[in-house]
Write a protein that binds this ligand. Structure first.
Ligand SMILES: *Cc1c(COP(=O)(O)O)cnc(C)c1O
Length: 425
C-alpha cells in the first residue's frame, strides 16, 4: 500500500471492504467490546502476542482505519488517535516524561499549547523551556540532562511561520532526543516532518484533516526510527514497564514500541480515546485532503497578496508571500505550499481589528481553523488571551493583528468581503 501516491493513500490506506459485510465504506463500529474466540484468544490479545480488538478505550476498527491511514500519509510506522489535538500532545509526551523532566519548545506555538506546556504540565512534575527555534544556539543551550523532547509546529499558529525542521532535527539528533512536530497547519500533504527528521508527529485532526469543522480529534504518529534503547532516558520504552507486567516495549515490539505503549498504557490509563463516529467523519474528510489543501493554498496566496497591497493593512505574515522572511523555507519544509493560516496587522490597530471582525459577512468569527469555510479571529483577545503581551507578540498574536483561516470558497468573494469590511473599519 505504501507504494501508492498520496492521492491514492488518502482514499485507500488503512481500509479494505468490510470483511463481515463487504461494505465499501469504513463502517462506524459503534461497539464498546469484542467477543473473544476463547480464553486463550483473550489471553493472547492481552499479552500483545496477537493484534486484535479488546475494548474500545484501547482500539476500535473505525478508529484503527483512521490511525493506519494517517500513519501511511505521514510515512510513519504507526499511529494512535486521540480525543483531541491537546490530548495527542500529552499522549506524545507521556511515554517519554517523568517528574522532574522537561521539554524544550518553540515560542511560536498555538496559544493553547503554550498554556498547556507552561502551566498545566507542571502538575505532572514536567516543565517546558520556550526558545526561539530560529536561534539554534539558544535551542542547544536550553537542552539539559533532564530534557526528554524537543517540540515545534511545522507551520505555526497563528502567524503561519515555517520552522526549519531539518536544522532543528539535527540539534535533537545530536542531543539524542526525539523531535515532536505538530503538523496540524501543514497536514502531511504540504509537509512530511518524518522525512525531515522528526521522530513523532502530532495533529489536531479537528482542523484540516477533517476539514469541515465537525470533529474534535487528534493523533500521534511515530516514525518508528528512534532508538529508545540508545540511552537510559526512556525507561518506559527501553526497560521493563511496571505498568504492563514488566514488558520491555522496545525490545519486544521494535519500531512499533511507541505506538503499542501509547495504546496499551497511554490510552488504557489516560483514556483520551477518539470515538468511532468522529473517526468516521475524519476518514471522510481525509479522502479529499490533497484537493482541499491545493485550493486552501491557492486562495491564501491570492488573499494575502491582495491584503499586502491594500493601504489599510500594515503587514501580512503569510510565509507564501515573497516578502516573508520564512518564504525561502517553503522549498525544503513544505514544498506544496505554506498553508492557509496567517495574521494581518491593520494600521488602525486594535479598534480596526474589532471592526473588521464585526463587519465581515462571509468569514465566520470562530475559534477554529482549517475549515472549508473562511474563518477569522482576534487571537490576542481569544485563543492567545491567557498569555502575557510579550508571549502574544512572540507567538505572533499581538493586539493589532487578526488571524485568518482561508477556506476553499471562491477567492474573489473572500477578497470582496474583506474589502467591504475594511471599508467600515
Ligand atoms: C487547534 C490546535 C491544537 C489543539 O487541538 P484541539 O483539537 O483543539 O485539541 C494544537 N495545535 C495546533 C497547531 C492547533 O491549531
Amino acid at each position: 500500500m505504501s507504494d501508492y501516491s498520496f492521492d491514492t493513500l488518502q482514499i485507500h490506506a488503512g481500509a479494505e471492504p468490510d470483511p463481515a459485510t463487504g461494505a465499501r465504506q469504513v463502517p462506524i463500529y459503534q461497539t464498546t467490546a469484542y467477543v473473544f474466540k476463547d480464553a486463550d484468544h483473550a489471553a493472547r490479545l492481552f499479552n500483545l502476542q496477537e493484534v486484535g480488538y479488546i475494548y474500545s478505550r484501547l482500539t476500535n476498527p473505525t478508529v484503527a482505519a483512521l490511525a493506519n491511514r494517517i500513519a501511511a500519509l505521514e510515512g510513519g510506522a504507526g499511529a494512535v488517535c486521540t480525543s483531541s489535538g491537546h490530548a495527542a500532545q500529552i499522549m506524545a509526551l507521556f511515554p517519554l516524561m517523568g517528574p522532574g523532566k522537561n521539554i524544550v519548545a518553540s515560542t511560536r506555538l498555538y496559544g493553547g499549547t503554550i498554556t498547556q506546556f507552561s502551566q498545566t504540565i507542571k502538575r505532572f512534575g514536567w516543565s517546558c523551556t520556550f526558545v526561539d527555534f530560529d536561534d539554534l544556539a539558544a535551542l542547544e543551550a536550553a537542552i539539559d540532562d533532564d530534557t526528554r523532547a524537543i517540540f515545534c509546529e511545522s507551520i505555526s499558529n497563528p502567524g503561519g511561520y515555517i520552522t526549519d525542521i531539518p536544522a532543528v532535527a539535527k540539534v535533537a539528533d545530536k542531543a539524542g532526543l526525539p523531535l515532536i512536530v505538530d503538523n496540524t497547519l501543514a497536514t502531511p500533504y504540504l509537509c512530511r516532518p518524518i522525512e525531515l527528521g522528526a521522530t513523532l508527529v502530532v495533529h489536531s485532526m479537528t482542523k484540516y484533516l477533517t476539514g469541515n469543522g465537525t470533529v474534535t480529534g487528534g493523533c500521534v504518529v511515530d516514525s518508528g526510527k528512534f532508538d529508545w534503547s540508545a540511552s537510559d532516558k526512556f525507561p518506559s520504552l527501553s526497560a521493563p514497564e511496571p505498568a504492563y507486567h514488566g514488558l520491555k516495549f522496545h525490545e519486544a515490539l521494535g519500531p512499533m514500541a511507541f505506538t503499542f505503549h501509547s495504546i496499551a498504557v497511554g490510552l488504557r490509563d489516560l483514556g483520551m480515546t477518539m470515538n468511532p463516529q468522529g473517526a468516521h467523519y475524519t476518514l471522510m474528510g481525509i479522502e479529499t485532503l490533497s484537493l482541499r489543501m491545493e485550493r486552501h493554498v491557492a486562495n491564501a496566496i491570492k488573499v494575502a497578496q491582495w491584503l499586502e497591497a491594500d493601504p489599510r493593512v500594515d503587514y501580512v505574515t503569510y510565509a507564501g508571500l515573497e516578502s516573508s522572511p520564512w518564504n525561502k523555507r517553503i522549498a525544503t519544509v513544505c514544498p506544496k505550499g505554506a498553508g492557509a493560516l496567517f495574521t494581518v496587522a491593520l494600521k488602525g490597530g486594535y479598534e480596526s481589528c474589532v471592526s473588521l471582525v464585526n463587519n465581515l459577512k462571509l468569514f465566520s468569527h470562530v475559534a477554529n481553523l482549517g475549515d472549508a469555510r473562511s474563518l477569522i479571529i482576534h487571537s490576542a483577545s481569544t485563543t492567545h488571551r491567557q498569555l502575557t503581551e510579550a508571549q502574544q507578540i512572540a507567538a505572533g498574536a499581538a493586539p493589532n493583528v487578526v488571524r485568518l483561516s482561508i477556506g476553499i470558497e471562491n477567492a474573489d468573494d473572500l477578497i470582496a468581503d474583506l474589502d467591504q469590511a475594511l471599508g467600515q473599519a
